[in-house]
Design a protein around this ligand. Structure first.
Ligand SMILES: Nc1nc2c(ncn2[C@@H]2O[C@H](COP(=O)(O)OP(=O)(O)OP(=O)(O)O)[C@@H](O)[C@H]2O)c(=O)[nH]1
Ligand SMILES: [Zn+2]
Length: 203
């Protein structure tokens, strides 16, 4: 989905003072943001994360997934590097939306895995589209990325949009008894690169 740039402001966080850039999908009104830190002019590949919205994990401390832990680890890593970008994409629940994610979680409470739950609700396992990233990076003049992800489809999706992902950086954090089965399903059914070993210190 194409996006248009709206405005930029400062965003102080416990990890560093980021610039927050707002974008809008003219067709749907959906809003996305990019947080950047450091020099955007340099041609050096930039540490990057494309983070899909997960209200439960990112804001409500849910332990059902690894999203909140990954969000914090990504911001810490960018701050430590002194340069980077986090694109926060409003594609909640892998694109099915928050209320459908609650429906999917209910099916998982009753024994379905994360993929089966989506399918029982009539959705594909992953409905996400990353095309807005191309516009966001283009607007900011960022040419190549060191992408923090464990998801091979995300790397492929960005590359097929013509985004230069020069390196994939693992982001293994937050495994716990509540998301163990979820992470194992992501590995076996969605192909995520998730070794059982977790980085002790993501920061
Ligand atoms: N439909 C659905 N969405 C989920 C579920 N658990 C987390 N999500 C959503 O999945 C998205 C995050 O995707 P993940 O598969 O955890 O990770 P990823 O972004 O593909 O890969 P990484 O870059 O390695 O984090 C967020 O939008 C979450 O809201 C679930 O059980 N069902
Ligand atoms: Zn999550």
């Amino acid at each position: 989905m194409a996006v248009r740039y709206v405005q930029t402001c400062r965003l102080p966080t416990p990890f560093g003072v980021f610039d927050m850039h707002g974008f809008e999908e003219p067709d749907t009104g959906k809003e996305h943001i990019a947080l950047t830190l450091g020099d955007l002019e340099s041609d050096e590949p930039m540490l990057a994360r494309t983070h899909s919205e997960c209200l439960t994990g990112d804001a409500l401390y849910s332990m059902r997934c690894d999203c909140g832990y990954q969000l914090e680890a990504a911001l810490r890593s960018i701050a430590r590097e002194g340069r980077g970008i986090l694109m926060y994409l409003r594609q909640e629940g892998r694109g099915i939306g928050l209320l459908n994610k609650i429906r999917a979680y209910k099916l998982q409470d009753e024994g379905a895995d994360t993929v089966e739950a989506n399918e029982r609700l009539g959705f594909a396992a992953d409905l996400r589209d990353y095309s807005m990233c191309k516009d966001m990076l283009g607007h900011l003049g960022i040419r190549s990325l060191k992408l923090m992800t464990n998801n091979p489809r995300k790397v492929d999706a960005l590359r097929s949009l013509g985004i230069d992902v020069v390196e994939r950086v693992a982001i293994h954090v937050g495994r716990n008894p509540h998301n163990e089965h979820y992470l194992n399903t992501k590995q076996s059914k969605l192909g995520h690169w998730l070794e059982t070993h977790q980085d002790d210190d993501p920061a």
